[in-house]
Design a protein around this ligand. Structure first.
Ligand code: ATP
Ligand code: F6P
Length: 482
């Protein structure tokens, strides 16, 4: 089942690379210049409609693509200011449902001021170099949106997009409310779950009294109804704005699993060579034969699609899996250019400067005639987009490719990304959750070589992180403007 035409064109197929003939060294490639990009994404929606969820997903996606993105959450600013007031003046503010009632003039004024202050912080941050600032507030009236629009009209070169999450599906709303109550929303940490639920539902009904869904024809907006059941897009122009809209309309929250596995051990792995298009070793074949039982035990009767690269070792690894398979050229391993087919020792000898440069800054280093990790992230963007649209997927991939995809799901920084441990003969099961991603790893008892090269001691070490569960939507302490 190999597509010989595609695999044959791959450099270094089963043969060592010719001696180095390219002059110069592999280059450190600078981050693209996004300094002209200034976008404000202002969220719109009632409480428990997934505004924070969408804000954070968008932030993670755009940061993965190297835009400078920050979420300005008005609820966090409110709590920070209330804590400071309590410490300084000993005054404890009441943030139960009454505070969110529009018939409470003082509270309404105070909430409007908080939203304005948060917007000012966002604008300031964009002026200091940020690209996309997300205003995570309800912005649920025409009047509030008009104020945001008027404020931004005073700034040059800032694009404003409203993103409304509209939801009238009782089951989704109930699930979201339960999540708030059970996951210890900071507003409810001193209440019992029953009290918290009652108060939160009252808060929602206070907002419902004045809520106006977005229809203003002159505004740029994306309105997502019931998690993508219906999407309205109005006046969205420009590359980054369209990309943001396209990403958001592809998201879903149905439960699913994403499995990652590297191909079984290859002949090149055994020889310590990188790249190429070799076949599996005999232990790699054992892994390919053992994989279907592990996957079917895990997924049961649920549908699953298997994605492989166009390289023989991933296609061979997938061959016994009883599921629909798709091959993606974008999933091919990082192209090592002139180093393809060499061992790390050979590279160090033939290209000592390149070798040192790569160790110095592995994410940015581009092999001569090949790719950097940054290049791989760019080519994997359509894969991420499709992964967001799909349900259960198993990707049989390669070390560098899976590192990039893994870093997206766990929101890991670029410095850590090229050192993430993705061992051979191990299945990584990810379960995306509302506020993070759960992970389980299954290692099959079939020996394989270790292809992980740790970061040299002299270089800055990657940060350590646990691999079972990561929560990335954490409450930060905010420094208010005044
Ligand atoms: P609040 O205004 O109280 O902060 P919120 O609108 O920010 O509420 P979230 O905290 O983001 O609400 O709610 C998280 C829940 O929303 C998660 O359970 C997530 O699955 C769900 N969710 C994600 N996207 C959507 C969507 N488009 N519509 C409705 N719910 C969604
Ligand atoms: O060694 C296996 C492999 O998939 C190579 O083909 C590839 O060049 C390498 O891993 C990527 O890992 P690193 O970026 O750590 O060299």
């Amino acid at each position: 089942r190999f597509d010989e035409s595609t695999v044959a064109s791959r450099k270094g197929s089963n043969a060592p690379s010719p001696p180095p003939s390219v002059k110069g060294i592999g280059k450190k490639v600078a981050k693209p210049d996004y300094s002209e990009q200034k976008i404000v994404v202002a969220m719109v929606g009632l409480p428990a409609r997934g505004k924070s969820y969408l804000s954070n997903k968008l932030m993670i996606y755009l940061r993965w693509l190297e835009y400078d993105v920050k979420v300005f959450n008005v609820g966090q600013l409110r709590r920070t200011k209330a804590r400071q007031k309590a410490q300084k003046l000993g005054v404890k503010e009441n943030h139960t449902a009454e505070f969110f009632s529009h018939s409470n003039a003082q509270a309404t004024q105070s909430r409007d001021k908080l939203a304005e202050e948060s917007l000012e912080m966002l604008i300031q941050w964009l002026k200091e170099g940020g690209n996309v600032g997300i205003h995570d507030a309800t912005n649920s009236t025409k009047d509030r949106r008009a104020k945001i629009e008027a404020r931004l009209a005073k700034e040059k070169g800032m694009t404003l997009i409203f993103l409304e999450s509209f939801c009238d599906d009782p089951a989704t709303i109930a699930a979201n409310v339960e999540l708030k109550v059970s996951q210890g929303d900071p507003d409810y940490k001193d209440m019992s779950p029953d009290e918290a639920r009652k108060d939160f539902l009252r808060r929602i009904s206070e907002y419902e009294k004045v809520y106006e869904t977005i229809t203003e024809p002159h505004l740029s907006y994306l309105r997502i109804k019931n998690v993508g059941e219906e999407v309205t897009m109005s006046r969205i122009n420009g590359y980054l704005s369209s990309r943001i809209a396209f990403y958001l309309m592809n998201l879903h929250i149905r439960p699913r699993n994403i499995f990652f596995s590297r191909h079984g051990e290859s002949q090149y792995n055994v020889e310590g060579k990188i790249g190429g298009d070799s076949l599996l070793s005999s232990r790699g074949m054992q892994y390919a034969k053992a994989l279907p039982a592990l996957i079917t035990d895990n997924i049961g009767e649920k549908p699953l699609t298997v994605w492989t690269s166009t390289l023989k070792r991933t296609i061979q690894t997938a061959q016994y899996l009883p599921y629909t398979k798709l091959t993606w050229k974008s999933l091919d391993e990082l192209d090592a250019g002139v180093c393809d087919g060499m061992t790390y020792e050979e590279i160090e000898q033939a290209y000592p400067d390149d070798y040192a440069n790569r160790d110095e800054d592995k994410f940015n280093y581009r092999y001569r005639g090949g790719e950097s990790y940054r290049d791989v992230v760019v080519r994997l963007e359509p894969v991420i987009m499709e992964l967001e649209r799909q349900e259960n997927i198993l990707i049989i991939g390669h070390q560098a490719i899976l590192r990039c995809l893994y870093a997206y799901f766990h929101h890991l920084p670029q410095t850590d990304l090229p050192y993430i441990k993705i061992p051979l003969h191990t299945v990584i099961k990810l379960t995306p959750k509302a506020y993070g991603c759960d992970e389980e790893r299954y290692t099959l008892p079939i020996n394989a070589v270790d292809t992980h090269r740790p970061k040299p001691k002299a270089a800055k070490q990657p940060s350590t992180h646990s691999t079972t569960q990561r929560q990335y939507f954490v409450e930060e302490e905010i420094k208010p403007l005044a």
